[in-house]
Every structure is written in structure tokens, then in C-alpha cells.
Write a protein that binds this ligand. Structure first.
Ligand code: NAD
Ligand code: WQD
Length: 346
């Protein structure tokens, strides 16, 4: 019998990474995770192992450390890399930009060097709709000209896309997927794995969930004077398990597709802040107190995907709707009020 393909997942202990590791294990892949746990806990991987009935291999290391990275590749042949490792807090990236360029851009550069040294040329990268900046029109297709991301985090994603495109142009062995995620939300339906933000959440849904759970007092709705149907910002929220499945489809597509492929991973539907609030109240049975507040700097009015290329070329489309996103978020939040530091999920 042939050995199972072995996938190296950087940042695999994190939010999207842990859901993707689960999908990979359930699909018969062997998985090694490399993560420095700077924004996660290896408890996520213990729970993934419980759900999958088998464990990923875990190496606690930083992707910028050449020696550690090289040792991982040398130990066992790697078929492909899915690269989630990176910092993602927009506000922090404005305060400490070098940390973001170092971790995200230099980290990716080191990873690519190690891959090439060990003859591994297949890479799936976590990019973001942030590379479109403030889009001229919606829905956004991959052909739309790239915008100007409004912060260093976003610019680090754009730089990495350019770095990977240059690399693939220089050597035909590279097969690269640039996956532009829209707004990932939700949790695995088991309630065992989910998003565990450090401190006060920056993103809408984790914030709402913590208000519902009584950890935060009220939601601030940042701006109700946008040119949108109800005046609040509109985004394309995508269930994290749909997103995780998109990585598997991208891996499959790369088998027969050299060069760089760019795919939006979104649902194609936009929801406003008030839509999200109401849907969460319905799913949780809780009332979410809120107040209207001024616009948040750097925010845009409206952003949602044209996901048709991913459907055509990857055979992928999001199947989980708003209700599942809300119910799964609430199950995760209510069973794990302190994230992976909780012990009630058992
Ligand atoms: P996350 O913070 O939960 O996961 C990232 C993981 O990478 C964490 O476990 C962290 O400990 C690890 N990590 C960070 N720097 C590392 C390094 N130098 N070496 C080893 N490990 C390192 O974030 P997430 O939401 O799961 O996001 C995963 C990827 O998707 C990131 O690259 C992020 O920029 C991108 N992305 C996220 C969103 C989102 O809204 N969550 C949207 C678009 C793109
Ligand atoms: C969604 C909507 C807010 C919080 C960010 C990054 C982006 C990407 C995903 C990685 C907006 C409103 C929010 C709150 C609110 N990450 N809001 N009160 O801004 O679309 O995207 O995360 O690549 O790069 O910028 O997501 O969840 O922060 O905001 O009213 O307390 O909710 O104004 O309209 P965003 P978000």
C-alpha cells in the first residue's frame, strides 16, 4: 500500500488551521503541524485528534527558524504545504509594522527557501480579501485590480502574493494557490474547536458571541451611515468548515495545475452588522445590547465575493448558511467561555 500523502500545515494550531487539519485527517492525509503557539494553544490539536480519531504530528517551532524548519522537511518527505502561520491583528500591525513584515513576509520567504531545498513545490497560501482594498464594485472577482490595503497587515499579504508570483515565474516546478478568504466565522459543529481570540476580539462575530456570553457589556456598531441597505458595513461571512474544505479542493487542483492560481473563498452573499446581530440573537436566544458608534478607521462599506471561479476550477462552493454559522459559533462560545482554557467542553 502506498503511504498517505503527507501535508505540512504551518499555523495549524490556529483558528482556520485547526479546522483544516481536521478535514485533512478525515480525508486520509498524514499531517504535520508547525506552530510557535504565539496566538494559539496545542489544546486545539488535542481536540482535533479526538474528533478525527488520529493525531497530527505537532512541532512547536517558528517558521523563521531555518534549522527547525529544515529538520521538519528532512524527517519525512512532504507532499505539499498549507501555510496559515502569520499574525493577523490589523490594529497591532499599524502599531508594530516591522513585527508583521518580519513574521508574515520573512516567515514566508524562509518557508519557501526550505521547501525548495527539500524539493517541495506545492503551496497553498492564506491570502485575504484585504488585497482588494476598497473595491470599486461588488461582487469582487479575482480579475478585479488589486487595491491599496489600508494597513501593514494587508500590505504584508499583498507582498506575499507578489513574492509567490515572482517565485513561480522563476521556476516552473512551483504550484501555488493564493486563497483570498473573505470573513471566516463559525466553528466546528461539535463545539470542540473554534476561534479563541486573545484579549478583546477585533472581529464582529467573536465580539457578539462574548457579549452574548456575558464577558463583554455591549457591541459598538461602527458606523450606520455607510451607503448600504441599513447603513452598517456589509461583509461576506464564510463558515470556517467550508473554508477548510476549500483548502482540500485547492490541494487537489494543484496536482494538475502548474503556476499560480488565485481563488476567492467566500459565499457570494453580503450581510450587514444588523443582519449578523439579529441572526445571532435568533440562534442563541440572547439579546445583544448595542450602541451606535462612529466609523472605525480603515473600514470599507461593502465587500463580498464573486466565488464562481472556485466553483468552476476547484469544484468548491460554500454550503453552510448564516444560521449554521451562528449556531456553531454559539455552541463553541457557550461550551468554551474561556476558549481553550475552558474545561467544560468535555
Ligand atoms: P490564527 O492566529 O488563529 O492562526 C495563525 C497561527 O499561526 C497561530 O496558531 C499562530 O500561533 C501561528 N503562527 C504565527 N506566526 C508564526 C510563526 N512565525 N511560526 C509558526 N507559527 C506561527 O489565525 P487564523 O484566523 O487561523 O488565520 C490563519 C491565516 O489566515 C493567517 O495567515 C491569516 O492572516 C489568514 N487570514 C485570516 C482571516 C481571518 O479573518 N481569520 C482572513 C483572511 C486571511
Ligand atoms: C466586520 C464588520 C465592522 C466589530 C477584518 C480584517 C480583514 C480580515 C478579516 C484577515 C465591519 C463591524 C466589527 C465591532 C462592528 N482579516 N464591526 N463592531 O473589518 O471586514 O475584516 O477581519 O485578513 O483583513 O480587516 O471584519 O469582523 O472586524 O468587521 O460594528 O465590534 O463589523 O465595522 O463593518 P473586517 P470585522
Amino acid at each position: 500500500m502506498l503511504p498517505s500523502p503527507h501535508i505540512l500545515v504551518t499555523g495549524g494550531a490556529g483558528y482556520i488551521g485547526s479546522h483544516t487539519v481536521l478535514v485533512l485527517l478525515q480525508s486520509g492525509f498524514d499531517v504535520t503541524v508547525i506552530d510557535n503557539l504565539s496566538n494559539s494553544s496545542d489544546e486545539s490539536l488535542s481536540r482535533v485528534a479526538r474528533l478525527a480519531g488520529k493525531s497530527p504530528r505537532f512541532v512547536k517551532a517558528d517558521i523563521r527558524e531555518r534549522g527547525q524548519l529544515s529538520a521538519v522537511f528532512a524527517e519525512r518527505p512532504v507532499s505539499a504545504v498549507i501555510h496559515f502561520a502569520g499574525l493577523k491583528a490589523v490594529g497591532e500591525s499599524v502599531r508594530v509594522p516591522l513585527r508583521y513584515y518580519d513574521n508574515n513576509v520573512v516567515g514566508t520567504l524562509r518557508l519557501c527557501e526550505a521547501m525548495a531545498e527539500h524539493g517541495v513545490f506545492t503551496l497553498v497560501f492564506s491570502s485575504s480579501a484585504t488585497v482588494y482594498g476598497d473595491p470599486a464594485t461588488v461582487p469582487i472577482s479575482e480579475d478585479q485590480p488589486l487595491g491599496t490595503p489600508t494597513n501593514p497587515y494587508g500590505r504584508s499579504k499583498l507582498m506575499i502574493e507578489q513574492l509567490l508570483t515572482d517565485l513561480a515565474a522563476s521556476d516552473a516546478r512551483w504550484k501555488v494557490a493564493l486563497l483570498r478568504y473573505f470573513n471566516p466565522v463559525g466553528a466546528h459543529e461539535s463545539g470542540l474547536i473554534g476561534e479563541d481570540p486573545n484579549g478583546i476580539p477585533n472581529n464582529l462575530l467573536p465580539y457578539i458571541a462574548q457579549v452574548a456570553g456575558g464577558k463583554l457589556r455591549e457591541l459598538s456598531v461602527w458606523g450606520n451611515d455607510y451607503p448600504t441597505p441599513d447603513g452598517t458595513g456589509v461583509r461576506d461571512y464564510i463558515h470556517v468548515v467550508d473554508l477548510a474544505e476549500g483548502h482540500l479542493c485547492a490541494l487537489n487542483a494543484l496536482q494538475t495545475r502548474p503556476g499560480v492560481g488565485i481563488w476567492n473563498l467566500g459565499t457570494g452573499r453580503g450581510y450587514s452588522v444588523f443582519d449578523m446581530l439579529q441572526a445571532f440573537e435568533a440562534a442563541s436566544g440572547k439579546t445583544i445590547p448595542y450602541r451606535l458608534a462612529p466609523r472605525r478607521s480603515g473600514d470599507i462599506a461593502m465587500c463580498f465575493a464573486d466565488p464562481s471561479r472556485a466553483e468552476r476550477e476547484l469544484g468548491w462552493r460554500a454550503s453552510r448558511g448564516l444560521q449554521a454559522m451562528m449556531e456553531d459559533t454559539w455552541r463553541w462560545q457557550s461550551r468554551n467561555p474561556n476558549g481553550y482554557r475552558s474545561s467544560t467542553a468535555g
